[in-house]
Design a protein around this ligand. Structure first.
Ligand code: AMP
Length: 214
């Protein structure tokens, strides 16, 4: 099963991709997470990517396509994968189709989490993750049961993304509308796109995604 999840920043891609991956026992591949790991490592790519990410812009297609080509060739992707945050441009979408075709594969579904920009800004600026296990939280909609203690692992250190501030979010939304919206058209024209209300309650979105994934 190969699924692409599309949606603006804060649409719930990461949360929903994680749930779908756990349910289907397949891998979640997030290009944003891969880039953040490079930033964390302080690699040359990480240093370059950080500047672009902090400005809310997109990292070049060549870099991203190379990263994904390498990743989907690994053994743990044999049963399929959920792509979260990729493709974000039409050349990335075409490159993905090409890579998959070489392996005799194709995507099963492209799912768009449809959202409202004003609410997204609120969602994004309130989110944080457990530094130990990566569990996802939000100040208003999904705080830990005990303040400052992770529900999943008991960790007490949390991270907020450097690009989750209002100014960068506006630039990320712009990048989404200008560069990623054509990807929706690309999948729509192939008859592969299904839209889901990404503003619905989180478990309801999951139920809809599960139905689509089958
Ligand atoms: P995300 O975690 O998906 O919101 O991605 C965070 C940032 O990483 C984005 O704002 C971009 O700067 C960069 N990024 C992630 N995925 C891609 C991609 N497929 N193409 C270009 N840039 C990306």
């Amino acid at each position: 099963m190969i699924i692409v999840i599309l949606g603006g920043p804060g649409s719930g891609k990461g949360t929903q991709a994680k749930r779908l991956a756990e349910r289907g026992n397949i891998i979640q591949l997030s290009t944003g997470d891969m880039l953040r790991a490079e930033v964390e490592r302080g690699s040359e790519l990480g240093v370059r990517a950080k500047k672009i990410m902090d400005a809310g812009e997109l990292v070049s297609d060549d870099i991203i396509i190379g990263m994904i080509a390498d990743r989907i060739g690994r053994d743990d992707c044999r049963n399929g994968f959920i792509l979260d945050g990729f493709p974000r441009t039409t050349p990335q979408a075409a490159a993905l189709d090409g890579m998959l075709a070489e392996k005799g594969l194709a995507i099963d579904h492209a799912i768009e989490l449809e959202t409202d920009d004003d609410i997204l800004v609120d969602r994004i600026t309130g989110r944080f993750t457990c530094a130990t296990c990566g569990a996802l939280y939000h100040d208003k909609s999904n705080p830990p049961r005990v303040t400052d203690v992770c529900d999943e692992c008991g960790g007490a250190t949390f991270n907020r993304r450097a690009d989750d501030n209002a100014e960068t979010v506006r630039q990320r939304l712009l990048a989404y509308h200008e560069q990623t919206a054509p990807v929706l058209v690309y999948y729509h024209d192939k008859g592969a796109l299904t839209g889901v209300d990404g503003m619905a309650e989180i478990d309801q979105v999951t139920r809809q995604l599960n139905e689509i994934a089958g």
